[in-house]
Design a protein around this ligand. Structure first.
Ligand SMILES: Nc1nc2c(ncn2[C@@H]2O[C@H](COP(=O)(O)OP(=O)(O)OP(=O)(O)O)[C@@H](O)[C@H]2O)c(=O)[nH]1
Ligand SMILES: O=C(O)[C@H](O)COP(=O)(O)O
Length: 201
């Protein structure tokens, strides 16, 4: 199997704004790069991932991605996660298996990615742990489900798959479900019991 992965990464100076009440701009930048590095490294060492591309409008992030061994898909402007993935697909024209995955998943492990990219299904969706957003979307062929990220995108991606006659497989795992959006997520990172399955229900 050979899945192409695309990671959307916003301009670092405008990322993680919901953490502004708790973290300075400098700390938010550091957290952003730490998480992005973790996600890229994880993807790069996952066997079923053939290539990793970062979709970004930031030259700094593009260089960072290339320095790590990923490629960069240069976007013109940040218009949100949905637009970033849609533009990246339009520019990059991936064929075959495609994984769209966010760059703010601090617990992501290769096994999580392997679980998504296994052989049996056409569409696999990893919701955030609240069951609202989508943190990763895998399709057997690019274009099978249009990226519809944004608020409550999990329901939308499920409906979009069903509209194509496909029953999506849903993957709920800590590594895929735990994204860092708000101050409560930051507090949980520090706690070992973050791995409790109850957080994923
Ligand atoms: N290229 C690109 N990536 C984006 C954009 N918006 C979000 N992302 C990425 O999509 C993923 C999920 O983003 P969010 O959880 O909304 O993160 P965020 O926008 O930094 O958070 P807030 O500023 O707090 O809303 C992260 O990897 C972001 O870097 C965008 O406009 N362009
Ligand atoms: O569904 C989405 O668009 C992504 O998961 C981003 O959602 P978030 O802003 O809740 O992380």
């Amino acid at each position: 199997m050979a899945t192409q992965a695309i990671v959307a990464l916003k301009h670092p100076d405008r990322a993680k704004t919901r953490l502004s009440a708790k973290l300075t701009a400098q700390s938010r930048r550091e957290l952003y790069f730490r998480m992005a590095e973790h996600v890229l490294k994880t993807l790069l060492r996952t066997e079923s991932i053939a290539s990793v591309a970062v979709a970004t409008a930031s030259d700094e992030v593009a260089s960072f991605a290339r320095g790590m061994g990923a490629t960069a898909i240069d976007l013109y402007v940040d218009l949100g996660t949905r637009a970033a993935y849609q533009q990246a697909i339009a520019i990059h024209r991936p064929s075959g298996e495609l994984l769209l995955i966010n760059g703010d998943l601090p617990f992501l492990q290769p096994e999580d990615v392997e679980t998504m990219a296994c052989d049996r299904d056409d569409v696999v969706i990893a919701p955030d742990r609240h069951g609202r957003g989508t943190n990763a979307l895998w399709c057997r062929t690019a274009g099978m489900v249009e990226p519809l990220f944004g608020e409550n995108s999990f329901k939308r991606h499920c409906a979009a798959a069903r509209a194509m006659g496909v029953t999506p497989r849903i993957v709920r795992r800590l590594g895929l479900g735990f994204d860092v959006d708000d101050p409560q997520d930051l507090e949980l990172i520090g706690h070992r019991d973050v791995a409790r399955p109850s957080l994923l229900s």
